[in-house]
Structures are given as structure tokens and as C-alpha cells.
Write a protein of this length. Structure first.
Length: 221
């Protein structure tokens, strides 16, 4: 396992904000890799998706997060009611999410379920690790979409929402995600200039219209 490279925060500026959908109640954004979802403790890490959203959509409230290195769809509430409604959907696992990842090496099977409990690796935080005694339950469904010289593109459906879940679950298969500065070995890390993990599809219940809506985002790798 490689040492974690130091974070040099240089968030992408173009586009400043990528709006996928907006009405009076909800806002759906496409976050770029390298942009924090919420501000970090360091003042240098103040620029983030949440701050950018509030500049253009005052009162917008983050409902869930993506890792800085992960790209893809983020849902925000534009009213306090919508924010609470959406937050409960995520809390109660009433939303559907599909991720696409490019992993190192080609799995022997075409798909399956990973069921491994995760816990924070405190000496090396924010890294997570598998712990069968103290870890919290976490499940991920996966299937191979296609294979190439580097490995395979896989569809990942998280049934739980643990921190770094998809990254650690792929590592547990000995197929780390390309460009993963936390978990990839040197070959997988150097194979990409970014983490090849993207939140492609999100399905939610509209807080006011009470109908399910699915949002989709092009995979940038």
C-alpha cells in the first residue's frame, strides 16, 4: 500500500457550478472530482460545492456528500421542508444510487454482493477498514460492465452509505479503484490522474410532487 500523498487543494473552476436540475424545491448538481462537498477546517479549503451553490442559490442546503475525489450527482434542498424531506429519504435508505468505477485488474466473476463491516482506521484516518468485530454493516452490489487492458468498468450499487464504502469494498476484492490515493497500490494509483469513481444515477422522491425522479450524469472517464 502506498503512503497517502499530501492533499494539495486546487479545485476545478470550470464550470463553477454544473446544474443538472432545479425547481422551487430541489437542486441537483454534478460535482467535479477534486472539489470538496462542504468546507474543510483549513481556511484554504473554504471553496466547495456547498459554498458555490449558496452563491447562486441562496438558502440551498446540502443533503448528502461525496468524497472530494469522487465526481457525480449531489442533491440539495432549496427550502427547509425539502431539505428535511430529502435528508430523511437518505437516512431511511429510500433513495437509489448507482456509481460507476474503473477498477484495477479483471474480476473472475461478473458480479455479486460484498457484505463486509467497516470501521474508521483511526491511526490512518480518514481511511476506513474492514473489522468483523466492531465494524458497521455495509453492503455493495456490483457487476462488470466491460473489461479492458487496465481492468474493468463496474456498476456499484451501495445498499448502505458508509464512508469510503465503495473504495474499501473494491480493495477487499483486490481490485482497487484506479487513481485512489488512499487505497490503491502504486500501479493502480498511477494508472489515472483522478479517482475513477462517479455517482452516475440518483433516484429520489420529490418532496412536494410526491413522485419519484431519476437524475443521470455522464461518466467523465
Amino acid at each position: 500500500m502506498t503512503n497517502i500523498p499530501p492533499l494539495i487543494y486546487n479545485p476545478p473552476m470550470e464550470p463553477f457550478l454544473d446544474v443538472v436540475f432545479q425547481d422551487d424545491d430541489i437542486l441537483v448538481l454534478n460535482k467535479q472530482a477534486g472539489l470538496l462537498t462542504v468546507p474543510g477546517k483549513d481556511p484554504k479549503h473554504a471553496d466547495c460545492l456547498e459554498a458555490r451553490a449558496r452563491k447562486e442559490f441562496p438558502g440551498s442546503l446540502i443533503v448528502h456528500r461525496l468524497d472530494m475525489d469522487t465526481s457525480g450527482l449531489i442533491v440539495l434542498g432549496l427550502t427547509k421542508f425539502s431539505h428535511r424531506h430529502l435528508s430523511l429519504q437518505f437516512q431511511n435508505k429510500n433513495i437509489d444510487k448507482i456509481y460507476i468505477a474503473h477498477i484495477f485488474g479483471s474480476p473472475s466473476e461478473d458480479g455479486g454482493m460484498i457484505d463486509l463491516p467497516l470501521i474508521c482506521d483511526w491511526p490512518n484516518r480518514p481511511k476506513q477498514m474492514v473489522d468483523h468485530e466492531k465494524g458497521k454493516p455495509s453492503q455493495t452490489k456490483w457487476r462488470v460492465l466491460d473489461r479492458d487492458d487496465l481492468g474493468a468498468r463496474v456498476e456499484l450499487i451501495p445498499l448502505t452509505g458508509r464512508s469510503h464504502q465503495l473504495r474499501v469494498h473494491m480493495l477487499s476484492m483486490d481490485h482497487p479503484i484506479l487513481g485512489d490515493r488512499f487505497y490503491a497500490h502504486e500501479g493502480a494509483l498511477n494508472a489515472s490522474d483522478r479517482l475513477r469513481l462517479h455517482s452516475k444515477t440518483v433516484t429520489i422522491m420529490h418532496p412536494i410532487k410526491k413522485e419519484k425522479i431519476t437524475f443521470d450524469s455522464d461518466v467523465p472517464f
